[in-house]
Design a protein around this ligand. Structure first.
Ligand code: SAH
Ligand code: SF4
Ligand code: F3S
Length: 456
């Protein structure tokens, strides 16, 4: 079989990153090996994100640049996968005729067949069916089908495992239910198998992924008895060899006491939690169709902190949702002061195709959105810095990631903080190893410290 070079450019969320890994594995048996240089590729695949207009624009702008690549190498294949592919379908090839292949979020498993057809000189229609029978095959099924080693990628200690696809929540601003389809949970046995095979291959840091993991198992039968996400988490945690377990994302409306208690009961569950609130105004939360109030959210935060006082809390915020007044925005700022999130991702509201809020009145101007975003981010930076200073003079278990800036070693704390520290000539550190670091410096986005000699 002829070897060919594959370059996948991944945009968007961790689920897309995991999908790109699966695509790599699917294409390996066809002789495709990943390369780091896009210029050397025989197949360039963009795995795309459509969450905000800007994300979609990035895809079109890169596709525009790829026209040149195709002119200099007519045998080059260009494909678009992921959420923009799902949303745009035919329109991609109408705007960008040099694109050979468009494959939606639930059709990526047909990539080997589609590429085979392109190899035979056939042209293809976009495959963007949101097939409700979709299920994510376990890793071993993919490798068995391809009769090849499971992954050409270097061994990595940090792995994502997708536990469900799609979303049923229809938050009014969000494109995801339209691009990923209805919620489907993977069977427990498949997930446990995949985690086990990850751990056997050297992973020690596992993150379970879904758009709303809290509703795992609620919308389709995934075991012979009802299973909650907390049940699944406990079963995954029993697999020997995992040092750190995380999960994302959670919608506060489905955050049960049972799940919050896991933070107290499962020792390897990291004290880091991403709980997107979106707004501090009940009026805006209702218009967003989030189905919780600020009081509900604060109640969950108090519960989480009761179970795990050292929990580092992160969130997502949208500023300038249609109809957001100065008063609504001040309520978001007040919530920031009250919770003092360790970190947050904040975004200007963006109209998305299919999302209900695109047709809402009272759109907020770009200028006001920018002002609000800047104000929010400035205050968050101050709070993050103050939060990070709370770690000064403490000893932090740090998982080594590799070489960081200025020749320092880069690692990550269980609270998900970046930790930088000087290595020593006597002790070679392996990525994935956990070491003790005494924190002596705190910035907005990272901590610095000194490696301690004690082993853990
Ligand atoms: N499933 C996750 C969110 C995934 S999208 C959850 O429910 O929390 C990641 C973040 O993008 C969202 O939390 C939201 O803050 C932001 N986002 C989603 N749609 C957006 C839009 N139309 N405009 C601006 N930000 C948006
Ligand atoms: Fe989008 Fe809401 Fe679903 Fe998250 S829970 S993916 S924000 S619809
Ligand atoms: Fe983006 Fe799709 Fe993920 S829109 S955030 S890649 S689910």
């Amino acid at each position: 079989m002829k070897q060919r070079n594959l370059y996948i450019k991944t945009f968007g969320c961790q689920m897309n990153e995991r999908d790109s890994e699966i695509i790599e594995q699917l294409l390996l048996p066809m002789g495709f090996l990943p390369v780091a240089d896009m210029g050397k590729a025989d197949l360039i695949l963009l795995n795309t994100c459509s969450i905000r207009a800007k994300a979609e624009q990035k895809v079109y702008s890169l596709l525009g640049q790829l026209r040149q690549y195709k002119l200099s190498n007519p045998r080059l294949l260009i494909g678009v996968a992921g959420c923009v592919a799902q949303q745009e379908g035919m329109r991609i090839q109408q705007k960008m005729p040099h694109v050979d292949l468009v494959v939606g979020t639930q059709q990526m498993y047909s990539l080997p067949e589609l590429i085979g057809r392109l190899d035979n000189g056939q042209s293809l229609k976009p495959r963007i069916d949101l097939d409700p029978c979709f299920r994510i095959p376990a890793l071993r099924e993919i490798s068995a089908a391809g009769k090849q080693p499971p992954s050409p990628a270097p061994r990595s200690f940090k792995k994502f495992v997708t536990i469900m696809q799609g979303c049923n929540n229809f938050c009014s601003y969000c494109v995801v239910p339209h691009t990923r389809g209805r919620e489907i949970s993977r069977p427990v046995a498949d997930i446990l198998d995949e985690v086990r095979s990850r751990v056997e291959a050297g992973a020690t840091d596992i993150t379970l992924l879904g758009q709303n993991v809290n509703s795992y198992g609620q919308t389709n039968q995934v075991a012979d008895h009802p299973v909650t996400f907390a049940d699944l988490l406990r079963q995954v945690a029993e697999i020997p060899g995992i040092r750190r377990l995380r999960f994302t994302t959670s919608n506060p409306k489905d955050l049960t006491d049972e799940l919050m208690r896991c933070f107290a009961e499962i020792p390897i569950l990291c004290p880091h939690f991403h709980l997107p609130v979106q707004s501090g105004s009940d009026r805006i939360l209702a218009a967003m169709n989030r189905k919780y109030t600020v009081a509900d959210y604060l109640d969950r935060v108090a519960g989480l902190r009761r179970y795990r006082p050292d929990l580092a809390l992160g969130t997502d915020i949208i500023v300038g949702f249609p109809g957001e007044t100065d008063t609504d925005f001040e309520q978001t700022m007040a919530l920031l002061e009250e919770v003092r999130f360790h970190s947050s991702f904040s975004f200007k509201y963006s109209d998305r195709p299919g999302a209900r809020s695109s047709s809402f009145d009272n759109k907020v101007s770009e200028r006001v959105k920018s002002e609000r975003l800047t104000r929010f981010q400035k205050r968050q930076d101050e709070i993050s810095l103050a939060r990070n200073k709370e770690y000064l003079e403490s000893t932090v278990e740090t998982m080594v990631e590799g070489e960081g800036k200025n020749g320092l070693v880069q690692g990550r704390s269980a609270t998900n903080h970046l930790v930088h520290f000087p290595g020593t000539a006597e002790r070679a550190l392996r990525p994935g190893e956990v070491v003790l670091v005494r924190i002596d410096g705190a910035g907005q986005h990272s901590l610095t410290g000194t490696l301690l000699n004690e082993k853990i």
